[in-house]
Ligand binder design. Structure first.
Ligand code: SF4
Length: 336
């Protein structure tokens, strides 16, 4: 589906990611003795088509276990895609090697949910932030100290913090160190995976404002992954909704929040905690999310969908344009 404006910076075509769950010892022994026990395949991401324009913020939302973090890691080059194609500035980066892979890996950086777990506790801030730009030859050793100070200042951290270790900081400050580490290699595209979820609400707002400030200052593009629709509504240009490994709806943020097309998106939106009611509890959509090891046939949402009909149980709906710039995967759109 088309990005909101201009040629896409990043394009995903039919991207899938599957993980094979290996047999344990007992299962391997059982197989040797004739049991037909098989390795299980987790369908984490299935046939995702997506485009993100330069400078855009695309929010990616869905319940826990829907595959959104895996998709973020495929985009960031942490997991290789099992199938499909990723192009960045028109160049195929799916299986890029050598200099091309290095270039792509620097341009797309990931910011993780848990800033403490993602920072090496034995390294000082100066090493955490300065290691990658020095290794990749983006800065000379003689200029490194000044460069690190400059990057720290860009995320609102004082240069005097450079000799401290991660455990000496608050959660919000640690997340700023994580952001500084990503910025230090001069990225163009940030994949933020639940990057404010572990922070207090007041700190969340500060870090979200920092992301938007950095967007302006460094012309950044974002894939912003979150289970919190309120956060996504606040900062995204468009939103993609994911369910059991597939994108089920993509729309400009205002249009989606004014009225979602897909029944799953409608159910998620009905549960958004509104600031005006001060309701902060996120209620899950009714029913259990099915296993990605054995996804239901037809529309994967049909066991939970209040509008499901016969065709839904048999045929998988494709993501189609339902209005200019709006895409949804639901058979109801084919009914007159
Ligand atoms: Fe519901 Fe059918 Fe649409 Fe799936 S295709 S969301 S089951 S109506």
């Amino acid at each position: 589906m088309s990005a909101a404006r201009g040629e896409p910076l990043l394009r995903l075509e039919g991207v899938s990611k599957r993980f094979v769950k290996s047999l344990d010892l007992a299962e391997r022994v059982a197989r040797r003795f004739g049991s037909d026990v098989q390795e299980e395949v987790v369908h984490a991401v299935e046939s995702v088509d997506l485009e993100i324009a330069e400078g855009e913020v695309l929010g990616l939302v869905g319940e826990s276990g829907c595959g959104k973090s895996t998709l973020g890691r495929v985009v960031a080059g942490i997991h290789p895609a099992s199938e499909g194609r990723l192009t960045y500035r028109g160049k195929d980066i799916t299986r890029a090697a050598g200099a091309e892979a290095k270039k792509a890996s620097l341009k797309i950086q990931m910011i993780f949910q848990d800033p403490f777990a993602s920072l090496n506790p034995r390294l000082r801030v100066a090493e955490i932030v300065g290691e990658a730009p020095l290794f990749h030859g983006l800065v000379r050793r003689s200029e490194l100290a000044g460069y690190v100070d400059q990057v720290l200042a860009s995320v609102g951290l004082d240069a005097s913090y450079r000799r401290r270790y991660p455990h000496q900081f608050s959660g919000g400050q640690r997340q700023r160190i994580g952001i500084a580490r990503a910025l230090a290699v001069k990225p163009e595209f940030l994949v933020c995976d639940e990057s404010v979820a572990a922070l207090d609400v007041s700190i969340q707002a500060q870090v979200l404002n920092l992301f938007m400030d950095l967007r302006e200052r460094f012309d950044l593009t974002y894939l912003f992954i979150s289970h919190d629709l309120g956060v996504v509504e606040h900062l995204s240009d468009r939103v993609a909704i994911m369910y059991l490994g597939r994108i089920v709806e993509v729309a400009p943020t205002e249009e989606l929040f004014a009225g979602a097309n897909h029944p799953y998106a409608q159910a998620l939106l009905a549960e958004v905690p509104r600031i005006d009611s001060r309701r902060r509890i996120f209620k899950p959509v009714e029913g259990e999310i099915p296993s990605p090891i054995d996804p239901p046939p037809g529309c994967a949402f049909h066991p939970r969908c209040p509008h499901a009909f016969e065709r839904c149980r048999l045929e998988r709906p494709l993501l189609k344009e339902v209005a200019p710039g709006r895409y949804a995967a639901c058979h109801l759109n084919d009914r007159s």
